[in-house]
Design a protein around this ligand. Structure first.
Ligand code: PPE
Length: 315
């Protein structure tokens, strides 16, 4: 495998990747070094999970993820040269070929190999989908015990600078900086504040706060990704009878005095936060509301109950 370093453990056992309409061998799923998206971050992507439900393997909220991919693409004039249904079928076929019961799914579309220079319109749009098994994002223990996080000294870019509702490859340098700082200082993850200094989200997660039995999460105008897990958590919490303030503005100080905090995300699922900047949150472990919502979340993913039938696309 010329010029490509050893395969990361994460991708061990992956045989096939879907690339531009073809199923190709993992080792052959490559692109040119002069790819537009590599130089300027002009790509859009998704992170999706397939769960091994009681009714068989199913992709969680697949239609919503696909829709967000095409919406993200629209922002950058990326014309994905495949219909949504084609990408969907390719993904289902890929999971079947890999014989995975559960996995993470990473579709990506980017301006490919064409002339360099900022205007991407002469670069072809390249599209790929990879799947691989991916366990607990912040560690198994994190799901039970919670994570220690720090407020990042890097602020989240405002939506007027880089649209935060689009899931754009280049925008993730902000998340990388926040994560590097936090992990470099011995924390598991960061929380980023927006330009106004209010709570935005994690580098790869949305955030929820529990106070006096009610649930709050920063609104879409706070420079956050419109997380699909976030929306699912809101729905589940409301169905459990909680009041959810989904358009909240949350100040930094409110984090320290919260009863409970947790992250949501496709990769992170529902992960409790047990401390912020070394301040214990609540009892310094997973709180009861977080526990109820997390339990319900994983139960729904296990059982794929009738009530949430439209959240599942069976492989
Ligand atoms: N905010 C950000 C910045 C973000 O990247 C994610 C997902 C979320 C919120 C949660 O969105 P949703 O997955 O739709 O509930 N982050 C993806 C990428 C993580 C990575 O390390 O790569 C993910 O969870 O798949």
């Amino acid at each position: 495998m010329d010029g490509v370093s050893e395969r990361p453990e994460m991708f061990e056992g992956v045989d096939t990747v879907w690339q531009d309409g073809e199923f190709v061998d993992f080792e052959d799923a490559t692109t040119h070094v002069l790819t537009h998206g590599l130089h300027y971050g002009t790509g859009v992507f998704e992170g999706v999970r397939c769960y091994d439900t009681a009714n068989g393997p199913a992709i969680f909220r697949w239609e919503e993820h696909l829709q967000r991919l095409y919406d993200s693409a629209k922002v950058y004039d990326i014309e994905i040269p495949f219909e949504q249904a084609e990408l969907s079928e390719a993904t289902l076929e890929l999971i079947r070929r890999e014989e995975l019961q559960s996995c993470y799914i990473r579709p990506i579309a980017y301006y490919g190999y064409g002339p360099l220079g900022l205007n991407p319109s002469k670069s072809p749009v390249e599209t790929a989908i990879a799947v691989w098994p991916w366990g607990a994002y912040l560690g198994e223990e994190a799901l039970e015990e919670g994570v220690d996080v720090a407020i990042s000294s890097w602020r989240k870019h405002a939506s007027s600078q880089i649209p935060t509702n689009a899931k754009t490859t280049g925008a993730y340098v902000n998340s990388v900086l926040a994560n590097l700082e936090a992990t470099g200082n011995g924390y598991t993850e960061a929380i980023v504040l927006n330009k106004e200094g209010n709570v935005a989200e994690g580098p790869g997660e949305n955030i929820f706060l529990v106070r006096d039995g009610e649930i709050h999460t920063p609104g879409l105008a706070e420079s956050i990704l419109d997380g699909i897990t976030r929306q699912s958590v809101i729905d589940l919490a409301e169905d459990l009878g909680y009041t959810v303030h989904e358009g909240a503005t949350i100040s930094r100080g409110e984090l320290y005095t919260a009863d409970e905090l947790f992250f949501s995300g496709t990769a992170a699922e529902v992960t409790p936060i047990r401390s912020v900047d070394d301040n214990e949150i609540g009892a310094g472990t997973k709180g009861p509301v977080t526990d109820e919502i997390q339990t319900r979340f994983f139960d729904v993913l296990d059982e794929a109950p009738e009530q949430y039938d439209d959240w599942f696309t069976y492989v």
